[in-house]
Design a protein. Sequence first.
Length: 129
Amino acid sequence: MIHITSFRGAMMKKVPPEKQFSIANTAPKWWKGETIKELTPGNIVWDYKQKKIDEKEYYALYLRELEKLENKDYNWENLRGKYLLCWEPAGEFCHRRILARFLCILNYHVVLDGTAFTYPEDIHIPGVD
């Protein structure tokens, strides 16, 4: 199982620090964990926040980055048992929803913001679906 949530969600669930990994470009000052750089949205998030791209463009760009990792034989198995964290509150548009859907496509079981998913079509991405 791969857990994907917000920094706040992990704090509220009292997730052990050794299981927490950031997938955000930046992390809260209080947070001391590691970042999985390959899964951060990079400049895509800045373009989105500056309204240079919309949710559909963000989705396509980030999905392309994930597909590049898959083509490079990224070791997705290393994500099992980890909590992948970023900033956005549950239910809002965020790259973690795109990542969750992608991992389901790869046949991983994902818990996104407390809800378990097996099928990619069950993960709603605001502004895209």
